[in-house]
Design a protein around this ligand. Structure first.
Ligand code: NAP
Length: 319
Protein backbone atom coordinates (compact mmCIF):
# COMPACT_ATOMS: atom_id res chain seq x y z
CA UNK A 1 0.00 0.00 0.00
CA UNK A 2 1.59 3.32 -1.08
CA UNK A 3 1.74 6.12 1.51
CA UNK A 4 -0.84 8.88 1.58
CA UNK A 5 0.67 12.30 1.01
CA UNK A 6 -0.60 15.26 3.01
CA UNK A 7 -0.17 18.42 0.90
CA UNK A 8 -0.82 21.81 2.47
CA UNK A 9 0.54 25.28 3.14
CA UNK A 10 -0.62 25.61 6.75
CA UNK A 11 1.56 26.44 9.75
CA UNK A 12 3.25 23.72 11.82
CA UNK A 13 0.76 23.90 14.69
CA UNK A 14 -2.15 23.24 12.32
CA UNK A 15 -0.21 20.58 10.45
CA UNK A 16 0.52 18.71 13.67
CA UNK A 17 -3.14 18.91 14.73
CA UNK A 18 -4.27 17.31 11.46
CA UNK A 19 -1.48 14.72 11.44
CA UNK A 20 -2.27 13.66 15.03
CA UNK A 21 -5.89 13.04 14.04
CA UNK A 22 -5.01 11.16 10.84
CA UNK A 23 -2.51 8.95 12.68
CA UNK A 24 -5.09 8.24 15.37
CA UNK A 25 -7.95 7.46 12.98
CA UNK A 26 -5.93 5.74 10.23
CA UNK A 27 -3.45 3.58 12.20
CA UNK A 28 -2.76 1.28 9.23
CA UNK A 29 -1.84 4.10 6.84
CA UNK A 30 1.48 5.86 6.40
CA UNK A 31 0.88 9.59 6.09
CA UNK A 32 3.80 11.62 4.80
CA UNK A 33 4.49 15.22 3.86
CA UNK A 34 5.23 16.16 0.28
CA UNK A 35 8.88 17.11 0.89
CA UNK A 36 9.59 13.76 2.59
CA UNK A 37 9.23 11.90 -0.72
CA UNK A 38 11.73 11.54 -3.54
CA UNK A 39 10.33 12.04 -7.06
CA UNK A 40 10.45 8.26 -7.55
CA UNK A 41 8.45 7.66 -4.34
CA UNK A 42 6.07 10.47 -5.28
CA UNK A 43 5.37 8.81 -8.61
CA UNK A 44 3.94 5.78 -6.77
CA UNK A 45 1.53 7.76 -4.56
CA UNK A 46 -2.14 7.13 -5.40
CA UNK A 47 -3.95 9.03 -2.67
CA UNK A 48 -3.53 12.51 -1.20
CA UNK A 49 -5.15 14.62 1.48
CA UNK A 50 -4.84 18.24 0.46
CA UNK A 51 -5.61 21.83 1.31
CA UNK A 52 -5.33 24.02 -1.80
CA UNK A 53 -2.24 22.37 -3.38
CA UNK A 54 -0.49 24.26 -6.18
CA UNK A 55 -0.30 22.84 -9.71
CA UNK A 56 3.48 22.55 -9.32
CA UNK A 57 3.19 20.36 -6.21
CA UNK A 58 0.39 18.23 -7.68
CA UNK A 59 2.50 17.66 -10.79
CA UNK A 60 5.02 15.72 -8.64
CA UNK A 61 2.32 13.03 -8.21
CA UNK A 62 1.43 11.86 -11.73
CA UNK A 63 -0.36 8.70 -10.56
CA UNK A 64 -2.77 10.14 -8.02
CA UNK A 65 -6.14 8.39 -8.27
CA UNK A 66 -7.99 10.75 -5.98
CA UNK A 67 -7.39 13.65 -3.66
CA UNK A 68 -9.41 14.36 -0.53
CA UNK A 69 -9.79 18.10 0.02
CA UNK A 70 -9.87 19.36 3.60
CA UNK A 71 -12.10 22.25 2.55
CA UNK A 72 -15.72 22.23 1.36
CA UNK A 73 -15.09 25.07 -1.10
CA UNK A 74 -12.81 23.78 -3.86
CA UNK A 75 -12.85 26.67 -6.35
CA UNK A 76 -9.04 27.09 -6.36
CA UNK A 77 -8.49 23.32 -6.53
CA UNK A 78 -10.83 22.95 -9.52
CA UNK A 79 -8.51 25.22 -11.52
CA UNK A 80 -5.40 23.22 -10.49
CA UNK A 81 -7.06 19.90 -11.27
CA UNK A 82 -8.19 21.05 -14.71
CA UNK A 83 -4.54 21.92 -15.40
CA UNK A 84 -2.97 18.67 -14.13
CA UNK A 85 -5.59 16.45 -15.73
CA UNK A 86 -5.17 17.87 -19.22
CA UNK A 87 -2.53 15.40 -20.31
CA UNK A 88 -3.75 12.40 -18.27
CA UNK A 89 -5.40 9.26 -19.63
CA UNK A 90 -6.93 8.65 -16.19
CA UNK A 91 -7.84 12.00 -14.57
CA UNK A 92 -7.22 12.47 -10.86
CA UNK A 93 -10.52 12.84 -9.03
CA UNK A 94 -11.11 15.62 -6.54
CA UNK A 95 -13.24 14.82 -3.49
CA UNK A 96 -14.39 17.80 -1.47
CA UNK A 97 -15.18 17.80 2.24
CA UNK A 98 -18.81 17.06 3.03
CA UNK A 99 -19.11 17.38 6.79
CA UNK A 100 -22.46 17.76 8.61
CA UNK A 101 -20.67 19.67 11.40
CA UNK A 102 -19.53 22.26 8.86
CA UNK A 103 -23.05 22.53 7.43
CA UNK A 104 -24.37 23.09 10.95
CA UNK A 105 -21.71 25.75 11.57
CA UNK A 106 -22.75 27.54 8.38
CA UNK A 107 -26.41 27.34 9.36
CA UNK A 108 -25.55 29.06 12.68
CA UNK A 109 -23.79 31.84 10.80
CA UNK A 110 -26.67 32.27 8.35
CA UNK A 111 -29.20 32.45 11.18
CA UNK A 112 -27.04 34.82 13.27
CA UNK A 113 -26.47 37.35 10.49
CA UNK A 114 -30.02 37.07 9.11
CA UNK A 115 -31.33 38.01 12.57
CA UNK A 116 -28.71 40.80 12.74
CA UNK A 117 -30.13 42.27 9.54
CA UNK A 118 -33.80 41.57 10.31
CA UNK A 119 -33.58 43.27 13.73
CA UNK A 120 -31.69 46.30 12.35
CA UNK A 121 -28.54 45.83 14.45
CA UNK A 122 -26.31 47.77 11.98
CA UNK A 123 -28.59 50.80 12.37
CA UNK A 124 -28.57 50.55 16.20
CA UNK A 125 -24.74 50.31 16.23
CA UNK A 126 -24.61 53.47 14.12
CA UNK A 127 -27.22 55.25 16.28
CA UNK A 128 -25.35 54.42 19.49
CA UNK A 129 -22.26 56.20 18.14
CA UNK A 130 -24.43 59.33 17.95
CA UNK A 131 -26.12 58.86 21.37
CA UNK A 132 -29.35 58.48 19.42
CA UNK A 133 -32.45 56.87 21.00
CA UNK A 134 -34.64 55.94 18.02
CA UNK A 135 -36.67 52.71 17.88
CA UNK A 136 -36.92 51.24 14.37
CA UNK A 137 -40.08 49.27 13.52
CA UNK A 138 -39.66 45.73 12.24
CA UNK A 139 -42.11 43.35 10.55
CA UNK A 140 -43.28 40.02 12.00
CA UNK A 141 -40.78 37.34 11.07
CA UNK A 142 -43.22 35.28 8.96
CA UNK A 143 -43.48 38.16 6.49
CA UNK A 144 -39.73 38.46 5.98
CA UNK A 145 -38.65 36.80 2.71
CA UNK A 146 -35.20 35.28 3.02
CA UNK A 147 -33.78 33.75 -0.17
CA UNK A 148 -30.84 31.37 -0.34
CA UNK A 149 -28.87 31.02 -3.58
CA UNK A 150 -27.54 27.44 -3.66
CA UNK A 151 -29.30 24.41 -2.28
CA UNK A 152 -26.23 22.27 -1.60
CA UNK A 153 -24.87 20.89 1.66
CA UNK A 154 -24.59 24.34 3.24
CA UNK A 155 -27.69 25.87 1.64
CA UNK A 156 -30.06 23.13 2.82
CA UNK A 157 -28.79 23.17 6.42
CA UNK A 158 -29.05 26.98 6.47
CA UNK A 159 -32.59 26.95 5.07
CA UNK A 160 -33.70 24.50 7.75
CA UNK A 161 -32.42 26.88 10.43
CA UNK A 162 -34.19 29.85 8.78
CA UNK A 163 -37.47 27.93 8.45
CA UNK A 164 -37.28 26.80 12.10
CA UNK A 165 -36.74 30.41 13.16
CA UNK A 166 -39.93 31.44 11.35
CA UNK A 167 -38.69 33.27 8.24
CA UNK A 168 -40.41 32.77 4.86
CA UNK A 169 -37.71 30.97 2.92
CA UNK A 170 -37.03 30.76 -0.83
CA UNK A 171 -34.21 29.03 -2.67
CA UNK A 172 -32.56 28.99 -6.08
CA UNK A 173 -30.33 26.42 -7.78
CA UNK A 174 -29.66 24.94 -11.21
CA UNK A 175 -31.93 21.94 -10.82
CA UNK A 176 -35.45 21.71 -9.50
CA UNK A 177 -35.63 20.81 -5.78
CA UNK A 178 -38.42 19.92 -3.39
CA UNK A 179 -37.44 21.30 0.02
CA UNK A 180 -39.95 21.19 2.87
CA UNK A 181 -41.40 24.64 3.68
CA UNK A 182 -39.23 26.38 1.07
CA UNK A 183 -40.38 27.93 -2.24
CA UNK A 184 -37.89 26.82 -4.84
CA UNK A 185 -36.84 28.60 -8.05
CA UNK A 186 -34.44 27.63 -10.83
CA UNK A 187 -33.21 29.04 -14.13
CA UNK A 188 -32.74 32.68 -15.16
CA UNK A 189 -36.44 33.52 -14.94
CA UNK A 190 -36.63 31.84 -11.55
CA UNK A 191 -33.80 34.05 -10.31
CA UNK A 192 -35.62 37.19 -11.46
CA UNK A 193 -38.86 36.14 -9.69
CA UNK A 194 -36.98 35.23 -6.52
CA UNK A 195 -34.94 38.45 -6.37
CA UNK A 196 -38.03 40.63 -6.83
CA UNK A 197 -39.60 39.26 -3.64
CA UNK A 198 -36.48 39.02 -1.42
CA UNK A 199 -35.87 41.02 1.76
CA UNK A 200 -32.62 39.25 2.74
CA UNK A 201 -30.54 37.53 0.06
CA UNK A 202 -28.00 34.91 1.13
CA UNK A 203 -25.35 33.64 -1.28
CA UNK A 204 -24.18 30.04 -0.81
CA UNK A 205 -23.24 29.26 -4.42
CA UNK A 206 -19.88 27.93 -5.55
CA UNK A 207 -17.79 30.28 -7.68
CA UNK A 208 -17.88 28.90 -11.23
CA UNK A 209 -17.77 30.24 -14.79
CA UNK A 210 -21.56 30.69 -14.47
CA UNK A 211 -21.69 32.36 -11.05
CA UNK A 212 -18.75 34.77 -11.56
CA UNK A 213 -20.15 38.30 -10.88
CA UNK A 214 -23.68 36.87 -10.95
CA UNK A 215 -24.67 39.46 -8.34
CA UNK A 216 -24.24 42.78 -10.14
CA UNK A 217 -26.08 46.02 -10.92
CA UNK A 218 -28.81 44.24 -12.90
CA UNK A 219 -29.48 41.31 -10.57
CA UNK A 220 -29.04 43.17 -7.26
CA UNK A 221 -31.12 45.99 -8.76
CA UNK A 222 -34.07 43.59 -8.96
CA UNK A 223 -34.18 43.34 -5.16
CA UNK A 224 -36.86 45.52 -3.54
CA UNK A 225 -35.71 48.87 -2.12
CA UNK A 226 -34.19 48.38 1.33
CA UNK A 227 -33.20 44.73 0.75
CA UNK A 228 -30.13 43.27 2.47
CA UNK A 229 -27.44 40.84 1.36
CA UNK A 230 -25.19 38.22 2.97
CA UNK A 231 -22.31 36.66 1.03
CA UNK A 232 -20.85 33.58 2.72
CA UNK A 233 -19.76 31.87 -0.51
CA UNK A 234 -16.97 33.46 -2.58
CA UNK A 235 -16.09 37.13 -3.24
CA UNK A 236 -15.94 36.67 -7.03
CA UNK A 237 -19.71 36.07 -7.19
CA UNK A 238 -20.38 39.76 -6.41
CA UNK A 239 -19.45 42.88 -8.32
CA UNK A 240 -18.46 44.97 -5.28
CA UNK A 241 -18.51 48.29 -7.16
CA UNK A 242 -22.11 47.62 -8.21
CA UNK A 243 -22.96 46.58 -4.65
CA UNK A 244 -21.55 49.77 -3.08
CA UNK A 245 -23.28 51.91 -5.74
CA UNK A 246 -26.62 50.33 -4.82
CA UNK A 247 -25.90 50.81 -1.10
CA UNK A 248 -24.90 54.45 -1.66
CA UNK A 249 -28.02 55.08 -3.72
CA UNK A 250 -30.15 53.68 -0.87
CA UNK A 251 -31.52 50.86 -3.02
CA UNK A 252 -29.94 48.24 -0.75
CA UNK A 253 -29.73 48.94 2.97
CA UNK A 254 -26.89 46.72 4.23
CA UNK A 255 -24.61 43.82 3.26
CA UNK A 256 -22.61 41.32 5.30
CA UNK A 257 -19.49 40.16 3.46
CA UNK A 258 -17.37 37.26 4.74
CA UNK A 259 -15.50 36.47 1.52
CA UNK A 260 -13.48 38.55 -0.93
CA UNK A 261 -11.62 38.06 -4.20
CA UNK A 262 -8.36 38.81 -2.39
CA UNK A 263 -8.02 37.58 1.17
CA UNK A 264 -7.11 38.97 3.59
CA UNK A 265 -9.00 42.06 2.40
CA UNK A 266 -6.41 44.81 1.82
CA UNK A 267 -6.12 47.34 4.65
CA UNK A 268 -6.60 50.05 1.98
CA UNK A 269 -9.89 48.65 0.73
CA UNK A 270 -12.71 51.23 0.89
CA UNK A 271 -15.06 48.37 1.83
CA UNK A 272 -13.78 48.44 5.44
CA UNK A 273 -15.12 51.93 6.11
CA UNK A 274 -18.38 51.67 4.18
CA UNK A 275 -21.15 52.48 6.68
CA UNK A 276 -23.53 49.96 5.13
CA UNK A 277 -21.15 47.01 5.09
CA UNK A 278 -20.31 44.51 7.83
CA UNK A 279 -16.95 42.88 7.03
CA UNK A 280 -15.97 39.45 8.38
CA UNK A 281 -12.62 37.64 7.94
CA UNK A 282 -13.89 34.46 6.18
CA UNK A 283 -15.20 32.87 9.37
CA UNK A 284 -18.79 31.91 8.60
CA UNK A 285 -17.93 28.19 8.51
CA UNK A 286 -14.40 27.10 9.29
CA UNK A 287 -13.37 23.45 9.03
CA UNK A 288 -13.40 21.61 12.35
CA UNK A 289 -10.34 19.34 12.57
CA UNK A 290 -12.05 16.67 14.74
CA UNK A 291 -15.19 16.21 12.65
CA UNK A 292 -13.49 16.74 9.27
CA UNK A 293 -10.71 14.23 10.00
CA UNK A 294 -13.37 11.62 10.85
CA UNK A 295 -15.07 12.24 7.47
CA UNK A 296 -11.70 11.95 5.71
CA UNK A 297 -10.74 8.76 7.58
CA UNK A 298 -14.11 7.20 6.80
CA UNK A 299 -13.71 7.99 3.08
CA UNK A 300 -10.21 6.48 3.03
CA UNK A 301 -11.23 3.36 4.99
CA UNK A 302 -14.14 2.74 2.58
CA UNK A 303 -11.82 3.13 -0.38
CA UNK A 304 -9.30 0.66 1.05
CA UNK A 305 -12.11 -1.80 1.86
CA UNK A 306 -14.09 -1.77 -1.40
CA UNK A 307 -12.32 0.59 -3.81
CA UNK A 308 -15.14 3.16 -3.70
CA UNK A 309 -14.02 6.72 -4.40
CA UNK A 310 -16.42 9.16 -2.66
CA UNK A 311 -18.60 11.29 -4.90
CA UNK A 312 -16.20 13.70 -6.56
CA UNK A 313 -16.27 17.22 -7.94
CA UNK A 314 -17.42 17.61 -11.55
CA UNK A 315 -14.43 19.57 -12.85
CA UNK A 316 -16.26 20.59 -16.04
CA UNK A 317 -19.22 22.00 -14.08
CA UNK A 318 -16.88 23.52 -11.48
CA UNK A 319 -18.45 22.21 -8.26
P1 NAP B 1 -22.67 22.29 -2.97
O1 NAP B 1 -23.19 21.24 -2.06
O2 NAP B 1 -21.81 21.91 -4.13
O3 NAP B 1 -23.93 23.10 -3.52
C1 NAP B 1 -23.82 24.07 -4.52
C2 NAP B 1 -25.21 24.57 -4.86
O4 NAP B 1 -25.09 25.65 -5.79
C3 NAP B 1 -26.09 23.51 -5.53
O5 NAP B 1 -27.40 23.61 -5.05
C4 NAP B 1 -26.05 23.92 -7.02
O6 NAP B 1 -27.20 23.62 -7.77
C5 NAP B 1 -25.95 25.42 -6.89
N1 NAP B 1 -25.38 26.00 -8.11
C6 NAP B 1 -24.13 25.83 -8.61
N2 NAP B 1 -23.99 26.51 -9.76
C7 NAP B 1 -25.18 27.13 -9.98
C8 NAP B 1 -25.67 27.98 -11.02
N3 NAP B 1 -24.89 28.34 -12.05
N4 NAP B 1 -26.94 28.39 -10.94
C9 NAP B 1 -27.74 28.03 -9.92
N5 NAP B 1 -27.34 27.22 -8.90
C10 NAP B 1 -26.07 26.79 -8.94
O7 NAP B 1 -21.84 23.41 -2.15
P2 NAP B 1 -21.90 23.70 -0.58
O8 NAP B 1 -21.16 22.67 0.19
O9 NAP B 1 -23.29 24.01 -0.18
O10 NAP B 1 -20.98 25.02 -0.51
C11 NAP B 1 -21.33 26.19 -1.25
C12 NAP B 1 -20.17 27.17 -1.23
O11 NAP B 1 -19.97 27.71 0.07
C13 NAP B 1 -18.79 26.56 -1.55
O12 NAP B 1 -18.60 26.39 -2.94
C14 NAP B 1 -17.86 27.60 -0.98
O13 NAP B 1 -17.60 28.58 -1.96
C15 NAP B 1 -18.66 28.25 0.13
N6 NAP B 1 -18.10 28.01 1.49
C16 NAP B 1 -17.85 29.08 2.27
C17 NAP B 1 -17.35 28.91 3.54
C18 NAP B 1 -17.07 30.11 4.43
O14 NAP B 1 -16.56 29.95 5.55
N7 NAP B 1 -17.41 31.32 4.02
C19 NAP B 1 -17.12 27.63 4.05
C20 NAP B 1 -17.39 26.54 3.22
C21 NAP B 1 -17.88 26.75 1.94
P3 NAP B 1 -27.73 22.12 -8.04
O15 NAP B 1 -28.09 21.57 -6.70
O16 NAP B 1 -28.89 22.31 -8.90
O17 NAP B 1 -26.56 21.38 -8.65
Amino acid sequence: MSPIVFIHSMDTVNQEQWLAQFNLLLPNETIVLEHQLTDEEASRVELAIAANPSVEVLARFPNLIWVQSLWAGVEAMVRSFRAINMAKARPTQLVRLIDPTLANTMSEAVLTWSLYLYRNIPEYLAQQKQNMWRPIPYPVIETVQVSVLGTGELGIASMNALVNQGFSVNSWSRNHKDIANVSHYSGKEGLVSLLKKTDILICLLPLTDHTQKLLNKETLGLLPKGAKLINFARGGIINHDDLTSLLDAGHLSHAVLDVFEEEPLSKDSPLWQHPKLSILPHISATTNVDSASKVVANNINNYRKNGTIPSSVDLERGY
